[in-house]
Design a protein around this ligand. Structure first.
Ligand code: AMP
Length: 114
């Protein structure tokens, strides 16, 4: 059993509402959604935070943004606009230490974020 929650979802040890997967990425619905559409896009590779992303991960991170845009279209939130958010570290509210990209849409968002 994985020590990391999101590694557990990626490896199907823990149930997740998976909406997309490929060789390097998995996207699933957030269990406590903050918007009508709230997905988490995670690399299969365990990376704790954005600060641990390495030179060799640059393509992987680019792929996440490509998949985010595809999923935004698939989920019907691309026309009105959507947000992609990474919380890094305690001050930003990161609670799960496996890097993840929140894809949020389906409502209006204020700026700056809280
Ligand atoms: P963050 O606070 O940026 O680390 O985001 C972690 C996110 O993971 C939160 O939005 C949680 O609601 C979400 N989350 C926690 N546990 C699960 C789970 N088992 N399945 C799906 N999402 C989860």
């Amino acid at each position: 059993m994985s020590a990391c929650l999101f590694c557990g979802i990626v490896k199907r040890e823990i149930k997740g509402d998976i909406v997309y997967q490929d060789d390097s990425l998995v996207a699933f619905r957030d269990i406590n959604p903050k918007a009508p559409v709230h997905l988490l896009i995670v690399p299969r590779k365990h990376i704790s935070t954005l600060l641990e992303v390495e030179q060799g991960d640059r393509g992987l991170i680019g792929d996440i943004f490509y998949v985010a845009a595809q999923l935004a279209t698939d989920q019907g939130i691309s026309k009105d606009g959507f947000r992609v958010v990474v919380n890094c570290g305690p001050g930003a509210g990161q609670s799960v230490y496996h890097v993840h990209f929140h894809l949020l849409g389906g409502r209006l968002f204020t700026w700056p974020p809280g």
